[in-house]
Design a protein around this ligand. Structure first.
Ligand SMILES: Cc1cc2nc3c(=O)[nH]c(=O)nc-3n(C[C@H](O)[C@H](O)[C@H](O)COP(=O)(O)OP(=O)(O)OC[C@H]3O[C@@H](n4cnc5c(N)ncnc54)[C@H](O)[C@@H]3O)c2cc1C
Length: 218
């Protein structure tokens, strides 16, 4: 886990980035941060200029809550991805993974997950897996005639999983380059105007490395 960044002149006149972690401190020629912006702000609070930080602070993020269920029958019969936008149903989406990838890759079990994007005040962000399961079960019966046992369930909470691209986002979006020499960003914000995804994360990684090569003349 990254703890803090410092950045300073060294005896060879080269600016190096020093990174403190729970297991010690290391120095690097260059840093590429893929952290969500609110985490970068937290650990870089003493590093970046105040006006740069205040722009980054205007970017809003949502957290993700995912509840994975393991069952011996599929909860959704044919559908892989079901978005739900009915306010009376407290589920944002149901994803029957084993209607997309064969269940033989999951030990013969059917895997389904439920997803939510929430802010930190949302009660779901505080709830346990068991509590969320109790919340969704009655709706499952209505949606899919679900009447069979759940073998296992797993709850994942991912802080700062989704930047919100509101109308002001573009004014505050970070660029690959930051005010700090040799400190680059390639994170979720930078897929704008597209929604984030693993394909974009790979593309961002390649683009930032090309930029560094160009700048350094590698
Ligand atoms: C529920 C959910 C479902 C998704 N489904 C899909 C999908 O179906 N298809 C798709 O293409 N994309 C999907 N995505 C999006 C995809 O996961 C992201 O776009 C992608 O992972 C972004 O990659 P990244 O490297 O930018 O960030 P991340 O993969 O989030 O990497 C950031 C890393 O920083 C680490 N980190 C955070 N804080 C610290 C700290 N203080 N110190 C050290 N490390 C830290 C995190 O642990 C993480 O490993 C989904 C995302 C979520 C949340």
């Amino acid at each position: 886990m990254i703890g803090d960044f410092t950045h300073g002149d060294k005896s060879n006149q080269q600016e190096e980035s020093s990174l403190s972690t729970e297991v010690g401190e290391n120095e690097f020629d260059m840093v590429i941060s893929t952290l969500p912006t609110p985490i970068l702000i937290k650990i870089g609070k003493n590093l970046f200029p105040a006006d740069y930080l205040s722009k980054l602070k205007k970017i809003k993020y949502l957290h993700a809550v995912s509840l994975i269920l393991e069952t011996n029958q599929p909860i959704l019969q044919k559908t892989y991805w079901l978005n739900i936008v009915a306010p009376e149903i407290p589920i944002m989406g149901i994803f029957q993974q084993t209607n997309f990838v064969n269940k033989r890759h999951y030990g013969g079990r059917h895997i389904c997950y439920f997803g939510w994007y929430v802010d930190e005040k949302d009660k779901l962000w505080q709830m346990s897996g068991e509590e969320i399961l109790d919340l969704v079960k009655p709706y499952l019966k209505a949606i899919s005639n679900f009447q069979f046992p759940i073998s296992n369930y797993y709850l994942f909470k991912s802080p700062f999983a989704q930047p919100i691209f509101d109308k002001d986002f573009i004014k505050n979006k970070p660029d690959f380059e930051t005010p700090l020499k040799n400190f680059y960003i390639a994170n979720l914000d930078m897929t704008y105007p597209f929604d984030r995804g693993t394909n974009y994360a790979v593309k961002l990684g390649k683009t930032v490395v090309e930029l560094i090569h160009e700048k350094k003349g590698f």
